[in-house]
Design a protein around this ligand. Structure first.
Ligand SMILES: Cc1cc2nc3c(=O)[nH]c(=O)nc-3n(C[C@H](O)[C@H](O)[C@H](O)COP(=O)(O)OP(=O)(O)OC[C@H]3O[C@@H](n4cnc5c(N)ncnc54)[C@H](O)[C@@H]3O)c2cc1C
Length: 466
């Protein structure tokens, strides 16, 4: 990695001539917010040499060509809500922020496609679709802040993935600036496309290592007329999680089935200073269903109620969506308030193995006497296990965490699972990736990276070590 050059005055001047003086920042106060994402440990922070805020793909192309010529890393950045340290410039160089590229360019109602720039917030994409009676199905919990470019780059999941899929499934095409500085459109407004390799889907989820997304073609659908939210409360994590396959096999296709263990429920309650139902002992399953026929949805609610109450549930409540989603969405923040240093794992297993992994995490938590809070996109098999440092001595934490992770991921891989369901590998999981990913798969990924980015200037040190 030492091959990279520093950003000198001549390069700063070149950057200013490309994007304008106002949009090249070197002042330490302005650089600080770009020194980290949502991972707060000091070892995951690094102040960039410069932050550049281009407005167009053409400007980005010139910056990337300059970076190749001078051997300087370029790190694309959206809103910085990532949880894998993907948007941090660990090897120096340029943070390329997409925040000025924030326009919705077109809503094509005939083809059901929205064309946006990468710096549009997810919530604005959703709202713009809704205003036309249409629906954009990407919905990460961070959607109020995250950018659509960041969502595509991480293949963000979230709260509607059970029925509608992750961000990948919402993307019909993208325009990117390649690691060598070319501008290319991959996919577009087509409904189908078997014209060679699907490069759109290769870039989606590549965390800024294979190119910078400068435009997105997003799939829209008619807005479902009704949405209903249920909160089913169970006396144990096991009984709560056991209901998930029963719901999934009942013939209903829910929009989401979320799980919060009791420790998370209580932590969120404390954080929000709001009483949550049966928080003393309740483990939560939150179910959302949507559709056009209200009667059908009401029948589905009755069926879910019956399933939950005959399978040990305390009760099933029709939930106020604002209240229950406020609680669910505060999970990460509430844990952070309790323990500034924590490790947010993003385990994914086959949905049928979700009970096994939740039980194993509980065993590991007891074995190492470490607090682990679990919330899960349960029907996706995606468990967010937050391992909290709390008052533990930092040396003890640095020793213990790798042991805990090793034990968790050995089990996860034995179940057919993987390291990340939606947050990505970034910098944070690089060593785990080397340890656990299939060696042939890893070799293929490295070959792709080397082929597309021969100078390794595009977000180096993320996903794979090359
Ligand atoms: C409270 C909270 C809740 C969250 N909930 C969810 C959730 O439900 N589901 C989920 O999947 N994630 C969730 N996340 C994680 C995070 O919000 C997502 O990963 C999101 O997609 C990141 O978007 P961003 O714009 O903040 O990207 P950033 O953090 O800025 O960047 C993330 C990665 O994408 C790359 N990147 C960003 N923009 C571009 C671009 N235009 N071109 C190429 N590469 C780019 C960066 O280099 C980096 O590797 C949550 C985070 C928080 C803090």
């Amino acid at each position: 990695m030492s091959k990279y050059k520093s950003v000198n005055t001549a390069i700063i001047n070149e950057l200013k001539s490309i994007v304008g003086e106002k949009y090249v920042w070197t002042d330490p106060d302005k650089l600080e917010p770009y020194s980290h994402d949502e991972v707060m440990e000091s070892k995951y922070k690094k102040t960039p040499e410069v932050v550049v805020l281009p407005r167009t793909a053409e400007e980005i192309s010139k910056i990337v060509k300059l970076a190749n010529q001078e051997l300087i890393p370029v790190v694309p950045r959206g809103a910085g809500t990532g949880l894998a340290c993907g948007a941090v410039a660990f090897y120096g160089g340029i943070i390329l922020s997409t925040e000025r590229m924030n326009q919705i360019l077109e809503i094509d109602e005939q083809n059901l496609i929205m064309v946006t720039e990468p710096g549009v917030r997810t919530v604005e994409v959703q709202k713009a679709a809704n205003d036309k009676g249409l629906f954009y199905a990407g919905d990460p919990c961070s959607g109020d802040s995250s950018f659509i470019g960041g969502n595509i780059a991480t293949n963000a999941g979230g709260n509607k993935a059970v029925k509608y899929g992750t961000t990948r499934q919402q993307v019909a095409g993208i325009e990117i600036v390649t690691p060598e500085g070319d501008i290319v459109t991959l996919g577009g407004k087509l409904k189908k496309d078997s014209t060679g390799y699907c490069l759109t889907q290769l870039i989606a989820g590549s965390e800024g290592t294979l190119g910078i997304i400068t435009k997105a073609y997003l799939k829209l659908s008619p807005l479902p007329k009704h949405e209903m939210h249920l909160l089913a409360i169970f006396p144990s994590a096991e009984s709560a999680i056991n209901i998930v396959p029963k719901i999934m096999h009942s013939g209903i296709i829910p929009t989401c089935v979320e799980f919060m263990d009791n420790k998370s429920v209580r932590c969120c309650e404390e954080f929000l200073e709001e009483k949550l139902p049966r928080s003393e002992s309740g483990h939560y399953i939150i179910i959302t269903i949507d559709g056009d026929n209200e009667t059908v949805l009401e029948d589905q609610c009755v069926l879910i109620d019956e399933l939950c109450t005959t399978n040990g549930g305390y009760e099933v409540l029709v939930a106020d969506p604002n209240k229950i989603w406020k609680a669910r969405k505060s999970f990460a923040e509430a844990d952070r308030a309790r323990s500034l240093i924590l490790s947010a794992e993003d385990i994914v297993v086959p949905p049928s193995k979700i009970t096994d992994i939740i039980k194993k995490i509980d065993d590991i938590s007891k074995k190492y006497d470490v607090r682990i809070h679990c919330a899960a996109h349960a029907a996706d098999g995606n468990v967010h296990a937050e391992i909290l440092k709390e008052n533990m001595d930092i040396e003890q934490w640095n020793k213990l965490l790798p042991l805990i992770q090793h034990e968790i991921y050995q089990y996860v891989y034995s179940l057919g699972g993987k390291l990340s369901g939606e947050h990505g590998i970034g910098y944070k999981r690089l060593d785990l990736m080397e340890e656990f990913a299939n060696p042939v798969e890893l070799k293929m990924m490295k070959a792709i990276k080397r082929a597309l980015d021969p100078n390794n200037i595009m977000n180096p040190g993320k996903i794979v070590k090359v």
